[in-house]
Design a protein around this ligand. Structure first.
Ligand code: FES
Length: 82
């Protein structure tokens, strides 16, 4: 199996954790399974957008995009569109 080049990371910093980022992460993981997407899903450190959390990062083809206010439905939408 090849290493996925596409990553979806959810901030596990203090502010995002207080905004229930773990639910965002869980929703992303389950949506990737439902959609059968080969995406590396995990946590990342603080991205400096603490007041706009939960924050998520998509890394694909050497590009990095940061998203704010990623609640579980938004995480599912992002995964579906990857
Ligand atoms: S704690 Fe998530 S962006 Fe800072």
């Amino acid at each position: 199996m090849t290493t996925p080049r596409t990553c979806f990371k959810v901030c596990s910093g203090r502010a995002c954790s207080a905004n229930f980022s773990r639910f965002t992460l869980e929703r992303a993981q389950s949506e990737a399974i439902i959609q059968k997407k080969n995406i590396d899903i995990g946590s990342c450190p603080c991205q400096g957008r603490c007041e706009m959390g939960p924050t998520a990062v998509i890394e694909k083809d050497e590009k990095k995009e940061v998203f704010s206010h990623v609640d579980p439905p938004r995480a599912a939408e992002l995964i579906r569109n990857m």
